[in-house]
Design a binder for this molecule. Structure first.
Ligand code: S3P
Length: 425
């Protein structure tokens, strides 16, 4: 993908549905009684992997142009798959479905692409095994392919070493099938879509600070889910509007759940012009329209409990930091190393190639901003968030940029390049 610097970006944009919420709508619909109707579902490769996994578990799912219909099988209606389940590139599919499979009285094999086969699964294998599931890493390396034999589970009180919504959600989903209460205590609060949505489907879920609890459940009930726009996708347009002189963008219908809105706080801390308009609720989630305009940014320190609320936005925050005056420090973010790529390394490689002063750290990075970035050849490392972050950097840089493997944006935002180009006047 070739990207040239652009003039001012102007106008309105509606980004696709939230990836985390889209995954969950299929999963929870599949184990509910009745039909779940999902609108604004994200038609990205990751969420399509979730659909295909549940189809292989015997669930009928209709993907029509305006909505998805999930014909739920109830809590105990999934059937043993004939084939291996393929989660593609999706960590959310792999980890959350493992929690559901832990409660099923059959054996499933679950795998994914080369990236998924390198991502750590011990973090779910350990708690789900403690609950009574039998989970084997087939290559004995703590990664997929996983062979999961579910069955009788017991509730646990689990203190997670990482703030991860995927780990928390896997345990809570297994907790639906367990005897007694299940609790997950996190070092910092991660996104809470599972807690909010499962409650909407009829589960007994409570949250207090960093602890989420769930009771076993006999039945969930299909719902209508209107998926809000994905703040992680909106982040690229927020950044483009802030960085490109003369720009003003209105990004409509964006989910602003407080466990996801760290990027908005960082933009404000960096001096960005951001207005939150028309706040409302959709599918039990807070939603708003976001207005940004070109701003002179200054550096910020990003650390501590805010990290889980912006973990997927760190690559684009690093791009903002490259254009901001002063030294931005990002720390407490070692989780970046185990995303779709090692994002400490891949952000450092890309920004260095464009002429930015960036030093990787074991748990983050230090960026001295303010140098004019130049176009470069950027390896996306097949990581959608790296490709989109550097597409935005390229729009604000001097000279042309090539993003290698840029088609990986299909994972979370198939129309990304067209939408970006459509705002340029
Ligand atoms: C997600 C949780 C996050 C995030 C991922 C989606 C989810 O991962 O990075 O893109 O939908 O639960 P972790 O839970 O591993 O932090």
């Amino acid at each position: 993908m070739q990207i040239k610097p652009t003039g001012p970006l102007k106008g309105e944009i509606t980004v696709p549905g939230d990836k985390s919420i889209s995954h969950r709508s299929i999963m929870f619909g599949a184990i509910s009684e009745g039909t779940t109707e999902v609108t604004n579902f994200l038609q990205g490769a990751d969420c399509l992997s979730t659909i295909s996994c549940f189809q292989r578990l015997g669930v009928s799912i209709e993907n029509t142009p305006d909505k998805i219909l999930v014909h739920g099988k109830g809590m105990r209606g999934l059937t043993a798959p004939v084939q291996t389940l393929d989660a593609g590139n999706s960590g959310t599919t792999t980890r959350l479905i493992s929690g559901i499979l832990a409660g099923q009285p059959f054996t499933t094999t679950l795998t994914g692409d080369a990236s998924i086969q390198k991502r750590p699964m011990k973090r779910i294998m350990e708690p789900l095994s403690l609950m009574g599931a039998d989970i084997v890493s087939e290559k004995n390396n703590g990664c997929a392919p996983l062979r999961i034999t579910g069955g009788k589970l017991a509730g646990i009180r689990y203190t997670s070493p990482v703030a991860s919504a995927q780990v928390k959600s896997a345990i809570l989903l297994a907790g639906l099938y367990a005897e007694g209460k299940t609790q997950v205590i996190e070092p910092a609060l991660s996104r809470n879509h599972t807690e909010l949505m499962l409650k909407g489907f009829g589960a007994t879920v409570t949250s207090e600070q960093n602890t989420a609890s769930i009771l076993p459940c006999e039945q969930l009930y299909g719902q209508k889910v209107a998926v809000p726009g994905d703040i992680s996708s909106a982040a690229y347009f927020l950044a483009a509007g802030l960085l490109i002189p003369g720009s003003e963008l209105l990004i409509k219908n964006v989910g602003i759940n407080p466990t996801r809105d760290g990027i908005l706080k960082v933009i404000r801390a960096m001096g960005g012009n951001l207005t939150i308009l028309n706040e409302r609720t959709s599918a039990g989630e807070p939603v708003a329209d976001l207005l940004v305009s070109h701003s002179s940014l200054h550096a910020a320190t990003i650390e501590g409990d805010i990290i889980p609320s912006l973990i997927d936005e760190i690559p684009i925050i690093a791009v903002l930091a490259a254009f901001a005056q002063g030294v931005t420090i990002i720390r407490d973010a070692a989780e970046l190393k185990v995303k779709e790529s090692d994002r400490i390394q891949t952000v450092t490689a890309g920004l260095s190639a464009m002429g930015c002063d960036i030093t990787p750290q074991p748990d983050g990075m230090i960026i001295t901003g303010g140098r004019q970035l130049h176009g470069a050849v950027i390896d996306s490392f097949a990581d959608h968030r790296i490709a989109m972050s550097f597409a935005v950097a390229a729009c604000a840089a001097q000279g042309e940029t090539t993003i290698q493997g840029g088609e990986c944006v299909n994972i979370s935002y198939p129309g990304f390049y067209a939408d970006l180009a459509g705002l340029s006047h």
